[in-house]
Every structure is written in C-alpha cells, then in structure tokens.
Design a protein around this ligand. Structure first.
Ligand code: F6P
Length: 403
C-alpha cells in the first residue's frame, strides 16, 4: 500500500502557490500516485456566498462574516480531502494561503494519522510579482472592475493577508521555496515522509508540457537581410501570422509571451484573436540581440564597411559582443530570466507560447538542450515552422512543426 501525505501550501496571494501545487500534483500523478488538489480560492469563486467574495473587504481581518465564510470554505475542502483519503487517495494538496497558526492547527487536527508537510512559497522578485498581479487583475473574478481597480483591490487583499501572516515555526515538516527561481531556500523535515525525494525533485525541476516556440513572421528588414531594428511584418509575414492563428485555433493558448518589438506583437496578435481568451505579455528579456553599431545594416554591409566586426564575429560568434551592443553570451542572463517569468506567470498551464526572434529563440531552445556553446548561434530557426518542446522526467521532445 502506498503512503499518505498532506501537502499544505503556505504563502501570500500571487506567490506561485497554485502553480507549484499543480506542478507537484501533475508530476506525482504521472508516477501513479493518487493526488488531488483542494483549492480554497477556486471553491470561493464557485460558491454563491451572497456577497462579492472577491472584493478586498471580504478579506479584511475585521470582516467577521468574510472570516467565517473563508473558514467554512477551508472546512469543506478539509472534509473532501478526508473523504479522498478514505477512498484510497495518497496525497492531498491543500492549496490556500494558510498564513495563520490557527488555520494550520485546524489542518493538523483534521489529519491526525497522516504526516503534513508545509510548502511555503516566497517570491522576492518584484518585477515578476508585479507582472503576476497584472495577470491576476485580468482574470474573470475582476471582470466587473477596470484593470486599475482590480489591481488596487488585489494589492489591498495582499496587505490584509500580510497583516495576519504568522511565520512557520513549530511545524515539524516544512520546505521554504523560492517559486520564481524554482529553488529550495530552507528545509526542516522531522518525520518520515512518503514521496519526499520525489517532491524535492519536482520543486526544483522545470517540467514543460507543451512549449510552442515561434519565430515572428517575415519583416521588411528580413527581406533585405538587415539585422536588428523594429520593422513591421511584410504581407508574407502577416500571412504567416494568420496561418499560425489558424493552426493554433483548436489549441488553447492562455498567454502568448513576446518581446517588446512590433514584429513579435504583430505575429502574436492574430493568434490571440482566434482564441477564446488569450492575453499577450511582452517581456523585454525576449528582445532580439542588440547589434550595437551594426543595427540596421545588412550582413554584406558589415563585411564591406566593418570588416573587423565580420572577422572577429565569424570564428567566435557566441562570445562576440557587437560594439555598443550585445552578444549571445551577454544575453544568457536576461533570456533565462525571461523564461523564469514565463513559467511563473503561466500558472502551470499545459500550453505555453513564446513568439521571439532568431537569436533569442536559439538561446531559449538551448536552455533545454545540451549543446556546445559554439553550436548555439547556428541552430536552425525558420519562419515557417515552430518548435514544439515537451520535457518531463520521462520524455524530451523537440519537434519542428510546419504551419
Ligand atoms: O536577421 C534577423 C535577426 O533576428 C537579427 O535581428 C539578429 O541580429 C540576427 O537575426 C541574429 O542572428 P545571427 O546571430 O545569426 O546574426
């Protein structure tokens, strides 16, 4: 018989708890473990409590009715988790903020014979947090508010949670996780916990269900073989974007991540329009390599007018840095940071789409491959095909798909 375990998520809103819970849930399930997530927020949004249970005031510590309702929601999920264990379940993930000692005590009392392990999520990255708040402000829950009002309400909700946050201290088993960096900051484990090694692995591993890595459609600069710049799509590029939209019409894409450049936004736009609900998030981390003094030139012009650049870059393309610009090597940190943002903001959805550029996409792809650095600047990155990437503990797929 397999062991039983309760995983209790802890943390302020928007710290990546649900993303981490889903990642743990789906990966453990894949190993044949019976897992279920009990999410208080989802239950609250589904329940008709007779008032606006998304308003910031619902979460005020002085709102007695709000408090009572939130405890009732927690109790419903506890009872469902108890039933799940009685029916042979292995791992229950209690996904809620669980920031007070009283709440955590009630959870511990509800499962007297099953070990509990708390997973506290922190995210010290201000920019990622801000982007996550903006994403949340656009959710259905806030559709009756403007984005600014929704943001304000969510920030206030977080403040209320901050005011009642009691740190974990007496809990026997706890793991403190940086949910942006996917790393474990602190661990204290006193009991023997089933699946513990696997859980540690999952927390720190990047699992990619479906990443669609697309290069933008043809631009005026591409046609003239010019590098850099911020030019628009040609008619052919626009047609490529429309074919992509057609191709992905039956695949759910909740967010498309792009760079700040027009060409990626113009490529993403028809794709997002064909979806039921899809937002575009532009990340500066995915802007194309900046060619410095060579921006806007053709490769031929560089060879002719700046032969020293062409001579130096040729044999050492990965490490070469354009005068006043960037090189592949100097893009590493920002592109990896962009990828972390993608995985943090995507809420562990099955499908992720990135519309990027030739050099940026090579860097993104190479972060999943074991390639020699000198090969990276030559990875094939066409404009009429995209990479479909799948990575989990059992599979690694990199497939070029025509559209
Ligand atoms: O030509 C398109 C482009 O995206 C340029 O903006 C960029 O400088 C170049 O590709 C990167 O490719 P390479 O490193 O092979 O020059």
């Amino acid at each position: 018989m397999r062991g039983k375990l309760v995983l209790v998520m802890v943390g302020l809103p928007a710290r990546g708890k649900s993303t981490m819970a889903k990642k743990l849930g789906r990966t453990l399930e894949f190993d044949g473990i019976r897992v279920r997530i009990f999410n208080n927020g989802e239950l609250r949004r589904r329940l008709d409590t007779g008032e606006d249970n998304s308003s910031s005031e619902f979460f005020s510590p002085s709102n007695e009715r709000g408090k009572e309702l939130r405890e009732r929601i927690s109790q419903i999920n506890i009872e469902q988790a108890q039933a799940f264990f009685r029916e042979g379940g292995n791992v229950a993930i209690m996904d809620a903020s669980n920031v007070t000692r009283a709440r955590r005590r009630r959870l511990a009392e509800a499962f007297p014979d099953i070990p509990l392990c708390y997973i506290e999520c922190l995210n010290a990255d201000e920019e990622a947090l801000e982007a996550n708040l903006e994403r949340k402000a656009r959710l259905k829950e806030f559709r009756h508010l403007t984005t600014e009002q929704a943001l304000e309400s969510f920030v206030k909700r977080i403040k209320y949670y901050e005011s009642i946050y009691e740190p974990l201290d007496t809990e026997a088993n706890r793991i403190l996780v940086d949910s942006f960096d996917n790393c474990i900051l602190q661990v204290q484990i006193t009991d023997i916990l089933p699946y513990y090694d696997r859980i540690r692995d999952v927390i720190t591993t990047r699992v990619v269900r479906n990443l669609f890595l697309v290069r933008h459609g043809e631009t005026l600069f591409n046609r003239e073989d010019r590098i850099g710049g911020d030019s628009e799509l040609t008619d052919k590029g626009q047609a490529q974007a429309n074919s992509l939209a057609e191709h992905f019409a039956t695949v759910r894409i909740p967010i498309i991540f792009t760079s700040n450049y027009i060409r990626t936004l113009q490529t993403a736009s028809p794709i997002s329009e064909r979806q039921d609900s899809c937002s575009i998030i532009a990340l500066p981390e995915f802007n194309e390599i900046h060619a410095g003094v060579c921006e806007g030139m053709t490769y031929e012009e560089i060879r002719r007018n700046m032969p020293h650049v062409a001579r130096a870059r040729g044999p050492n393309k990965y490490r070469y840095i354009y005068p006043d610009g960037e090189g592949y090597k100097t893009m590493e940190d920002r592109v990896h940071r962009g990828l972390k943002k993608v995985f943090f903001l995507n809420n562990y959805d099955e499908n992720i789409m990135i519309v990027g550029h030739r050099a940026v996409n090579r860097m993104i792809l190479s972060s999943f491959l074991t390639r020699q650095e000198e090969e990276i600047p030559y990875i094939y990155m066409p404009q009429d095909r995209y990479y479909h990437i799948q990575i989990d503990p059992h599979k690694r797929l990199f497939e070029l798909v025509p559209y």
